[in-house]
Design a protein around this ligand. Structure first.
Ligand code: NAD
Length: 468
């Protein structure tokens, strides 16, 4: 039943699956720790057995290098699976909570119960892991799931559908491939929870749709994630980390550094180190970047043209390309490209870039750098490259971000113990390990009286009550 849908019978078919799942949800809620772990292990084994297929489909979708599928998708997914299997029994166990003396005779606990019917909508940039990681947590929490992968990576979406069809009955997990028409039809349904990963613009559409049913939402969104490099940073190391963070997946990473703020005193040596880092990663043998096996492509021509538009707008308004700039429209190829002399009125400093273009700005005081960050929406990630603790604390105290990494990039996604997600425009709610389990669970407070009663609270009210 996990099939491609024609548009005509779309809503009826979605509703039929939704109803079947909703009917089954109470049984799913009763599954034990072992039964949920058994389901998660099915995914774990399937993924292990199909690693080469997963790498192949992403190469077909946008020439994503196999190593980047391993680093950015498979390792992160396996880590999440192992962590969930290891800790699920503990997470599912009710937690005893303190009780005030005034409520003597009662005890309180926190129970995690499944939200019920959930929708997961995924983006194209890490199309496998961002579909399957939330699925693991949704199953761990005991939900039934409808999952929509992105239409922009159709080979990966097809493989996800095949995997789910092999592993689960539709009443537990169902996959729907397709574009926004399907997405919007899904959003009409009265889900208990929607877990969406994608752009802030579509995040608003999702939240508006959820409001109709007062469904809860997790929104894993994007935006402009800055990186500050202060005068105490280890220049070579910071340059390498930022070059990798920017170019992994061809810059199409939600937590990629979007623009850099480099202290003016180290700008020149930093830029030199940045160029060297790019050369050592993508042209170690002197060949052009276009021939590198380690460099993915922009996902489609629409996004390629969008990026070219951002670059042209900036150059027309006076920005200078100081690194890269070569492109090949037929191949959706764009070299790692550094822009200097950028200004706020350029679109490149307003829109999330989501590609291999990096504006580099310099600053004289930390307050200037902080002001540039705080003029914008709160970012998903803020990177600080500094060995000056005072500076680091100064920045942390005066900015807000979903996550912050000090002296590295991107690795926050890899620690399942760390909450991952944005704040306001960059997202609502957190994922990773227990945080994802929590998103898919209702935290139910349970109070139980073991002895006594509080009769003195009942009317007619005596002086005893009035003096409380
Ligand atoms: P997107 O918002 O365009 O699409 C995401 C999903 O929404 C897809 O499944 C798509 O089919 C659906 N969709 C698109 N338009 C829709 C509409 N009008 N109505 C309903 N559904 C619609 O995002 P994308 O281009 O796939 O991904 C890029 C964005 O995602 C970037 O902003 C990036 O920062 C963000 N992102 C965030 C994270 C995170 O974990 N925070 C991870 C990856 C990507």
């Amino acid at each position: 039943m996990n099939t491609l849908l024609s548009e005509t019978d779309l809503s009826n078919e979605l509703k039929a699956v939704f109803d079947a799942q909703r009917q089954y949800a109470p049984q799913m809620a009763l599954t034990t720790v072992d039964q949920r772990i058994e389901r998660i292990r099915r995914i774990q084994t399937w993924v292990k057995d199909h690693e080469a297929d997963i790498q192949r489909v992403m190469y077909e979708d946008f020439r994503k290098p196999a190593a980047e599928v391993l680093i950015g998708e498979l390792l992160a997914l396996q880590a999440e699976i192992k962590h969930t299997i290891r800790h699920l029994a503990h997470w599912m166990k009710p937690q005893r909570l303190p009780t005030p003396l005034s409520l003597v005779g009662t005890k309180s606990s926190l129970h995690h119960e499944p939200k019920g019917s959930v929708l997961i909508m995924a983006p194209w940039n890490y199309p496998f892991v961002l579909s399957i990681r939330p699925l693991i947590s949704a199953i761990a929490a005991g939900n039934v799931v409808m999952l929509k992968p992105s239409e922009l990576t159709p080979h990966t979406a097809g493989l996800i559908r095949q995997m789910i069809t092999d592993l689960f009955p539709v009443k537990e997990v169902a996959v729907f491939e397709g574009n926004e028409t399907i997405a919007q039809a899904l959003l009409e349904l009265p889900f208990n929870h929607i877990f969406f990963t994608g752009s802030p613009a579509v995040g608003r559409i999702v939240m508006t749709a959820a409001a109709k049913h007062l469904a809860s939402v997790t929104l894993e969104l994007g935006g402009k994630s800055p990186a500050i490099v202060d005068e105490s940073a280890t220049i070579k190391q910071a340059a390498g980390q930022l070059a990798w963070g920017k170019c992994l997946n061809n810059g199409q990473t939600c937590i990629a550094p979007d623009y850099l703020l480099v202290h003016e005193s180290i700008k020149e040596p930093f830029m030199q180190a940045f160029r060297e880092a790019l050369t050592s990663m993508y042209s170690p043998d002197g060949k052009p970047v276009e021939q590198s096996d380690s460099y993915a492509r922009i996902v489609n021509s629409k996004h390629f043209q969008r990026l070219r538009g951002l670059l042209d707008d900036a150059v027309e308004k006076g920005a200078t390309v100081t690194v890269g700039g070569k492109m090949n429209a037929d191949q959706h190829f764009m070299e790692p490209t550094v822009l200097e002399n950028v200004r706020d009125d350029m679109r490149i400093m307003q829109d999330e870039i989501f590609g291999p273009i990096l504006p580099v700005l310099s600053y004289a005081t930390l307050d200037q750098a902080i002001q540039i960050i705080n003029q914008r929406e709160k970012p998903l990630a803020l990177y600080i490259h500094s060995h000056n603790r005072k500076n680091t604390q100064y920045i942390l105290d005066r900015t807000s971000a979903g996550d912050t990494v000090i002296n590295d990039t991107l690795l926050q996604f890899g620690n399942v113990e760390l909450p991952f997600g944005g704040v306001n425009n960059s997202g609502l709610g957190k994922s990773n390990g227990f945080f994802s389990f929590q998103e898919f669970s209702n935290q139910r407070g349970v109070m139980q009286r073991d002895f006594g009663t509080m009769k003195f609270l009942y009317p007619p009210y005596t002086d005893r009550v009035k003096k409380l």
